[in-house]
Design a protein around this ligand. Structure first.
Ligand code: AMP
Length: 189
């Protein structure tokens, strides 16, 4: 199985590039952010997740891991999965390793999109015009999401570096250029 962790701060282009990787390699795309946003808004789980995401904070690990595992299990015949926005903590990365090991597979590669902070902020403000996401529209929430990434999520790259699975990709350029860089990194595996 080709299991790709597509990693990077908010606004790095994970969603856009996931769509391209999905069609090129025939993979299932799982974005935990999308899964949270697609929950029945009246459900307790959706309300709980929104209480964190609206502020730009991470949803607790136990809930997120359960949601992710349930989503993967919906695709028993997948030839591979793109994990977009997961794992975001080292505890989530360990849980993913254990979960995949039980399925007799493992993470193939972590592709980490590297984009400077100023560029992220510009992209998120632009995205707010079309995404309708409250967490894209407010500069303070954007800053909190970036801080949360730097403090809690960036260490996950080191986790995969320790497994020799980290591939850092320049996330600045045209969408096509960035896709080509990602394809090259995947095809090396
Ligand atoms: P995203 O669509 O990836 O930007 O995620 C939007 C929001 O969903 C995040 O700011 C978090 O509140 C929540 N979220 C998504 N993925 C995770 C995750 N792996 N761990 C914790 N919270 C998450």
């Amino acid at each position: 199985m080709l299991n790709i962790v597509l990693f990077g701060p908010p606004g790095a282009g994970k969603g856009t590039q996931s769509e391209r990787l999905k069609s090129k390699y025939g993979l299932v795309h799982i974005s935990t952010g999308d899964v949270f946003r697609a929950l029945d808004p009246e459900s307790d789980l959706a309300k709980l997740a929104k209480s964190y995401s609206d502020k730009g904070n991470l949803v607790p690990d136990d809930i997120t891991i359960e949601i992710l595992e349930a989503e993967v299990l919906k695709h028993p015949d997948a030839k591979g999965v793109i994990y977009d926005g997961f794992p975001r903590t080292t505890a989530q990365a360990e849980a993913l390793d254990n979960f995949l090991a039980k399925k007799g597979t493992s993470v193939s590669v972590m592709l980490s999109l590297v984009v400077p902070e100023d560029e992220l902020k510009t992209r998120l403000i632009e995205r707010a015009k079309v995404s309708g996401r409250p967490d894209d529209a407010d500069p303070e929430i954007i800053q909190n999401r970036i801080n949360t990434y730097n403090n809690s999520t960036a260490p996950v790259a080191e986790f995969y570096r320790g497994q020799n699975k980290l591939s850092e990709i320049n996330g600045v350029g045209t969408i096509n250029d960035i896709s080509e860089r990602l394809y090259a990194a995947i095809d090396k595996n």
